[in-house]
Design a protein around this ligand. Structure first.
Ligand code: ZN
Length: 150
């Protein structure tokens, strides 16, 4: 990943080598969804436990490239203990950061993204954007499954 800022590279490598919230949760009561990126072979499974509207616990398993696995770790750290609406908000911001959503609006405030901003360099490598967004899309699947009427 030459071309990425060194600090950002360090954050990505740190999350890749020491992934946060790694593991599984019992389903049920947890909910889970599996995501796959055939272009790169990345795979992630996201487990979420909700307490009301709060993501009280999140665990992730998976295999794949450093970007996909670091992004999973960063995503889990960003939403754990937060509300689902906060998670959706972060998902929307991340999609804009990755230029997947290019509707006009406020520019992304990189500073408010915290460590997630480390992935912004990925936009220079369009083939890797799907790696970076995989965990977020999988989280979206988990939460939208829950939101649908039972
Ligand atoms: Zn990948």
């Amino acid at each position: 990943m030459d071309g990425l800022d060194d600090l950002y590279k360090d954050i990505i490598l740190d999350h890749y080598r020491s992934p946060r919230n790694r593991g599984e949760l019992p389903v049920p009561p947890a909910m889970s969804a599996e995501g796959f990126n055939p272009l790169c072979g990345d795979q992630v499974t996201v487990y979420v436990t909700l307490d009301g509207d709060t993501i009280s616990d999140i665990k992730i398993t998976g295999t794949g490239c450093s970007i996909s696995q670091a992004s999973s770790s960063l995503m889990s750290a960003a939403v754990k203990g937060k509300t689902t609406s906060f998670a959706y908000d972060r998902l929307a911001v991340f999609k804009r950061l990755m230029t997947i959503d290019d509707t006009p609006g406020e520019p992304v405030n990189v500073r408010e993204l915290g460590e997630m901003a480390a992935l912004q360099g990925v936009v220079q490598f369009p083939a890797r954007i799907k790696c970076a967004i995989l965990a977020w899309n999988t989280l979206d699947q988990v939460l939208s499954t829950h939101a649908s009427p039972q």
